[in-house]
Every structure is written in structure tokens, then in C-alpha cells.
Design a protein around this ligand. Structure first.
Ligand SMILES: Cc1cc2nc3c(=O)[nH]c(=O)nc-3n(C[C@H](O)[C@H](O)[C@H](O)COP(=O)(O)OP(=O)(O)OC[C@H]3O[C@@H](n4cnc5c(N)ncnc54)[C@H](O)[C@@H]3O)c2cc1C
Length: 315
């Protein structure tokens, strides 16, 4: 444990669009924010080549370039951007205690959590290969569906989000094949019905992904296995969408903050306030619905404004 405890007004945990937007607002409000980047500086967007739906980039931008620009903007107003992983918190008192890399202790008047969420993948080596290559594997239909216009795609998943994403893709793609592992959906009946009624969505029950096929660079098809018969077959596809859920990065907060059953932080509706005064949340850590860079940036802005008003009310 360190012997010098640092005292600060505003700590931001996470360096995705929510964290950097919160930093821009907090720095401009003279809150002298300190931002810890975590193990993924720039957040989820650094894993994608093309971001075409963030306003202000008419020609699109790569995820890494966009995140470097956000970091520069946050630094320009004085944000102290640091490397480090928050390993422990104690939100039981009025001053919020945070430990970085298990050693450095920081006492914060306000904390903005922007630790994001991680998409779950199947874990097949071929899936990971084409994911890393940017060659046709995606966990976000809204982000990447447009790249597969008039093409044939496969989506795996059986919950509400999978149905939502399959339906979204059906408006863009020639054909969507939906792989459901068991004999029934996990989605609500209304979502299942919507998918079933969509002409260009074919549903394969009892079916799992055996292999993502491709030419080494891009996906060309999916080999699937019928779990009832053991038979395998190949489905031609240029895109493979994985919609089996996300895991919010919120484990370290579970003893102090109200979380939902999946681990998303519960915020007071219409605000960024968590169940602990002085602790605010922005971005995907509290959002299982929209999960977009622009909504993360928007809620990051809300978190900084709420933190600033919290401090002003205490003065
Ligand atoms: C492949 C891919 C493509 C995408 N494409 C698009 C797109 O085109 N358009 C779009 O709008 N959205 C897209 N998204 C979604 C978008 O990336 C997310 O909605 C957005 O990044 C969420 O931002 P965030 O700030 O909440 O968190 P994240 O981007 O998830 O960042 C979380 C940050 O928290 C840090 N962190 C976590 N835990 C700790 C800890 N304990 N201590 C310190 N730091 C911590 C991480 O290091 C990271 O910096 C895409 C997502 C993926 C995965």
C-alpha cells in the first residue's frame, strides 16, 4: 500500500467515448479530472477500423484515430490521463476511496464510472481470427450491418437482443440466417414473433456454429451443426454476427452500487446518478439497450455535469 494518499475532486475510470467526454466537460468546469485508461486505452472502438455513424466525420474515421482525437481534446483542457487499472473501491463513506493497481490510494470527491462492457463471443479460433482481421465477424449489427447491404449474413443468439439485431439486419441484407442453439428462443414472444414473421430471416433451431469459414482474410460462410442429428452443413455468408450478450465491466463495484442481474449499473432514470451520492456512471457500463459511441459520449457528458452540480451543491 502507498503511504501518500492523493486527494482529488473528480476521478474518471475508463477511456472510451464516455470517459473522454466526461473528461472534456469536467476539465472545462475546473474539476481537474484524473482519468485512468485501464488495459484498453481508447476502449472498445479501438478494435474497429471503420466508424461511420459518429456525427462530425462525414468520411468516417477509424476507431483508434477517433479515440486519439478524443484523448487530445480531453488533455487540451487539462485532464490528467494516466495508465492504470482500478482494482478496488470503497464507496461506504462521503469520500470515495479508489485503489489503482492495488497500490495507489486516491480519495475522490466524485467518481465517474465509464468502464464499458465487453461483447461475448463464442471463442472459436476461426471466429477470433476473422474478428481480429476485421474480416466479417461482428458483435454489433447497428455498427456494422451497413457494410453487408444486399449480402447474406448469419447471426447467432436467441435472446431479445439477438432478435432485435436479426430484424435490423433483415432490412439491410438479402438474407439473414439465425442460429439458435436450443429448441427454443430465450427472447420474449413478441420479439420471437417479429423474427418469425420476417420473410428473409431463416431460423435454424438446435443449431450451433461449428466453424467460421473464409479465405484467410474474409468470411465466406459458416459451417453449422445440428445438435439433434449431429449433421453438419455450410451456409454461404459474408458476415457473422454474434449476439449472445455483453458483460459490463463492473465487478469491482458490486459491493457498493446497485447493479441489475447482468451487472449493469442502475442509474436514476434521466440522470447519471448511481445509488451512491457522488458516484456517477456514463456509457455502456449502465446501458444494455443502445451501446453506441454517441450514447456513451452523451451519458459521459451527463455524468460530468451531474458531478459538477453535486460539488456545487456541497460548497
Ligand atoms: C468491434 C466494435 C465495433 C463497434 N463499432 C461501433 C460503431 O461503428 N459506432 C458506434 O457508435 N459504436 C460502435 N461500437 C460500440 C462502442 O464501441 C461502445 O458503445 C462504446 O465504446 C462504449 O463506450 P464506453 O465509454 O462506455 O466504454 P468502452 O469503450 O467499453 O471503454 C471502457 C474503458 O474502461 C476501461 N476500464 C474498464 N475497467 C477498468 C478498470 N477497472 N480500471 C480502469 N479502466 C477500466 C477500459 O480500459 C476502457 O478504456 C463498437 C463496438 C465494438 C466492440
Amino acid at each position: 500500500m502507498s503511504d501518500t494518499i492523493e486527494k482529488i475532486k473528480c476521478l474518471i475510470i475508463g477511456s472510451g467515448p464516455a470517459g473522454y467526454t466526461a473528461a472534456i466537460y469536467a476539465a472545462r468546469a475546473n474539476m481537474y479530472p484524473v482519468l485512468y485508461q485501464g488495459t484498453q486505452p481508447g476502449g472498445q472502438l479501438t478494435t474497429t477500423n471503420e466508424v461511420e455513424n459518429f456525427p462530425g466525420y462525414p468520411d468516417g474515421v477509424t476507431g483508434p484515430d477517433m479515440m486519439i482525437q478524443l484523448q487530445e481534446q480531453a488533455k487540451r483542457f487539462g485532464t490528467d490521463v494516466r495508465d492504470g487499472w482500478v482494482t478496488k473501491v470503497d464507496f461506504s463513506g462521503e469520500i470515495h476511496k479508489v485503489w489503482v493497481n492495488d497500490t495507489k490510494e486516491i480519495h475522490c470527491e466524485t467518481v465517474i464510472i465509464s468502464t464499458g462492457a465487453s461483447a461475448k463471443y463464442l471463442g472459436l479460433p476461426s471466429e477470433q481470427h476473422y474478428l481480429q482481421m476485421g474480416g466479417g465477424v461482428s458483435a454489433c449489427a447497428v455498427c456494422d450491418g451497413f457494410f453487408y447491404r444486399n449480402q447474406e449474413v448469419v447471426i447467432v443468439g436467441a435472446g431479445d437482443s439477438a432478435c432485435e439485431e436479426a430484424h435490423y439486419l433483415s432490412k439491410l441484407c438479402k438474407k439473414v440466417t439465425m442460429l439458435v442453439r436450443s429448441e427454443k428462443f430465450r427472447a420474449s414472444r413478441i420479439m420471437e414473433e417479429r423474427v418469425r414473421k420476417t420473410e428473409n430471416i431463416e431460423i435454424l433451431l438446435h443449431t450451433e456454429t461449428d466453424e467460421v469459414l473464409g479465405d484467410g482474410n474474409v468470411v465466406t460462410g459458416i459451417r453449422v451443426k445440428n445438435r439433434a442429428t449431429g449433421e453438419t452443413s455450410e451456409i454461404p455468408a459474408t458476415g457473422f454476427f454474434v449476439a449472445i450478450g455483453h458483460k459490463p465491466n463492473t465487478d469491482i463495484f458490486k459491493d457498493y452500487l446497485a447493479l441489475d442481474e447482468t451487472g449493469y449499473i442502475i442509474n436514476e432514470p434521466g440522470t447519471s446518478k448511481t445509488s451512491v451520492p457522488g458516484v456517477f456512471v456514463g456509457g455502456d457500463a449502465a446501458d444494455h439497450v443502445y451501446r453506441q459511441a454517441i450514447t456513451a459520449a452523451g451519458t459521459g457528458c451527463m455524468a460530468a455535469l451531474d458531478a459538477e452540480r453535486y460539488l456545487a451543491a456541497k460548497e
